[in-house]
Design a protein. Structure first.
Length: 426
C-alpha cells in the first residue's frame, strides 16, 4: 500500500465517525434523497436477490444510462441474472427509475469509509463489479478486490487534467488500476496517459465509447403529439445540456434568428434543471417572452423561448427538433453526449471544447455531419441557413451510419461478462 493510500485510509477512518453528520448536512443542502440517504451509510431496505448479481457503478446520469443497453444484452443471454446499479446523484436515481430493465435495482453508492463500504459488500455480495468511466473510490475498489470479486472498468477514460494530478502519484495510480481484472478504455489518449503512469500495455485495451451503443432516449408519446399540435408547424431549434455562460450565447443567437423569423421557437434544456429560473430571468432581461416547463406544460404561441427545466425528457425535445446545439462545448466542460442526438436524427451544432467525446465529434465534423460553432452569430447563421434544408436529414442518416458497428461490439462485451460469471460458478 502506498503512503498516499495509507493517508487516505486514515482520513476516511476519521470521516467514518462523522459520516452520519456529513450525510445529514448533504441532505440539508438538497444533495441527498430524504427517503434513501441512509444507503450512503451502508443501510439498506432492499434485500439481495437470490441470484447472480452484477454490480455496475457510475457517477451520475450519463454514466448510468450508458449501461442500460448492456444490461439488456446480458439479459438476452441469461435472463436469471440480476443487476445492481449504484450512483452518487439524486438526478441519476430519478432518471434511472424511468429506464431500469426488469431484474435491476438502484442504490446510492456508499461513502468511501470503512463501515459503509464493508456493510455494502456484506449486504450485496456482488458476483462481478463493473465501474463505468473514471470515478475512482480507493477504499471501495481495494475492499472489493480483497473480497475476491472480479472488478472491471469499462468505458474507462482519463482526461489530461486527471492525468496531471495522477502524474505526481504514479505508484498510487498503478496500485488502484491494478485491482481491475479487465480495463476497457474509451480512447487512445486515455491509453497513453495510463502508459505514462506506468501501467503495462497488456493490462488494458481500447474498446471505444459505451455510450455509442446506448438505447434511444425515452419519451412520452402523448406529450409529443400534444406539443406538435401546440407548435402548429412552427420552426424550432434546441439547445441541450447548457452550462452557465452558454445560455446567454444561445439566447443572443435566438434574438438574431427572430429578426428574420418572428415565429421561431428555442427550446433550452439546461444541464442542471435547478438553473431553470435563473435562465428564465436572464431571458426576461433580454426582453424575450419565455416560459418554464416546470410551471407551464403548455407552449404558448407567444413564447419565444421554452426552458425545459425537467429531468428525463431530452428524448422528447430531440424528437421535436431537426437541429440542436449540444452544450458544455463552448464552456470548458468538454462537451456532452452526441450519441443521443445522433440516434434521434437531429443535426448537431457544438462548440470547440469536446474532449469528453473527442473521437466521435471529430468524425462528425470530418464527414460534415455536425458543425462547430464559436459565437452567437455562428449559431444563428448556421440555423438560419440549414433549418429548412433537406441536407439536414441526409446528414443525420450519415451520422447514424458512423456508429452502426457499435451494436455488435456490445454483443461481444455482454458475452464476455456472461463468460466471467460462468467462471465464478466453478
Amino acid at each position: 500500500m502506498t503512503p498516499l493510500i495509507r493517508i487516505y485510509f486514515l482520513l476516511t477512518l476519521v470521516i467514518d465517525r462523522l459520516s452520519y453528520l456529513i450525510v445529514l448536512l448533504r441532505l440539508w443542502r438538497g444533495k441527498e434523497d430524504n427517503q434513501r440517504y441512509t444507503e450512503r451509510l451502508g443501510n439498506y431496505k432492499k434485500t439481495r436477490p437470490q441470484s447472480e448479481l452484477v454490480w455496475f457503478h457510475g457517477a451520475s446520469v450519463g454514466e448510468t444510462l450508458s449501461i442500460i443497453a448492456l444490461i439488456r444484452a446480458i439479459k438476452n443471454i441469461d435472463d436469471k441474472v440480476w443487476f445492481l446499479i449504484t450512483s452518487g446523484t439524486k438526478s441519476s436515481a430519478q432518471v434511472l427509475s424511468l429506464r431500469m430493465p426488469r431484474n435491476t435495482l438502484h442504490q446510492f453508492v456508499p461513502l468511501d469509509t470503512p463501515s459503509a463500504v464493508k456493510s455494502f459488500l456484506k449486504h450485496w455480495r456482488p458476483d462481478l463489479a463493473i465501474w463505468i468511466e473514471s470515478e475512482i473510490w480507493p477504499r471501495l475498489i481495494i475492499e472489493t478486490s480483497k473480497s475476491n470479486i472480479p472488478i472491471w472498468l469499462i468505458n474507462g477514460s482519463m482526461s489530461l487534467k486527471t492525468y496531471k494530478k495522477w502524474h505526481y502519484f504514479p505508484s498510487t495510480a498503478q496500485l488502484l488500476y491494478s485491482k481491475f481484472n479487465k480495463i476497457l478504455l474509451r480512447d487512445e489518449k486515455s491509453a497513453s496517459h495510463l502508459l505514462n503512469l506506468g501501467l503495462p500495455r497488456e493490462s488494458f485495451e481500447i474498446y471505444g465509447s459505451l455510450k455509442a451503443s446506448q438505447e434511444e432516449l425515452v419519451y412520452c408519446r402523448a406529450d409529443l403529439k400534444r406539443i406538435k399540435e401546440e407548435l402548429n408547424n412552427r420552426k424550432i431549434w434546441l439547445a441541450s445540456s447548457t452550462h452557465p455562460g452558454e445560455d446567454e450565447i444561445v439566447l443572443k443567437a435566438h434574438i438574431n434568428l427572430l429578426k428574420s423569423n418572428k415565429n421561431i421557437l428555442l427550446i433550452l434544456v439546461p444541464r442542471h434543471p435547478e438553473r431553470g429560473l435563473d435562465i428564465f430571468n436572464l431571458a426576461r432581461s433580454m426582453r424575450l417572452r419565455v416560459s418554464l416547463r416546470s410551471t407551464s406544460k403548455i407552449i404558448s404561441e407567444k413564447d419565444q423561448v421554452y426552458i425545459a427545466d425537467t429531468l428525463g425528457e431530452l428524448g422528447l425535445w430531440y424528437r421535436l427538433s431537426s437541429i440542436s446545439f449540444i452544450g458544455g462545448s463552448i464552456s470548458y466542460n468538454g462537451g456532452h453526449n452526441p450519441y443521443e442526438a445522433i440516434y434521434l436524427q437531429t443535426f448537431i451544432l457544438h462548440g470547440p471544447h469536446t474532449h469528453n467525446f473527442e473521437e466521435i465529434y471529430q468524425k462528425l465534423d470530418e464527414e460534415k455531419c455536425a458543425t462547430k460553432v464559436y459565437t452567437s452569430d455562428d449559431i444563428s447563421q448556421e440555423i438560419s441557413r440549414s433549418i429548412s434544408s433537406k441536407y439536414l436529414s441526409k446528414k443525420c442518416i450519415e451520422a447514424k451510419k458512423l456508429i452502426t458497428n457499435e451494436k455488435e461490439k456490445l454483443k461481444v462485451l455482454s458475452e464476455q461478462i456472461n463468460n466471467c460469471l460462468k467462471e465464478q460458478r466453478k
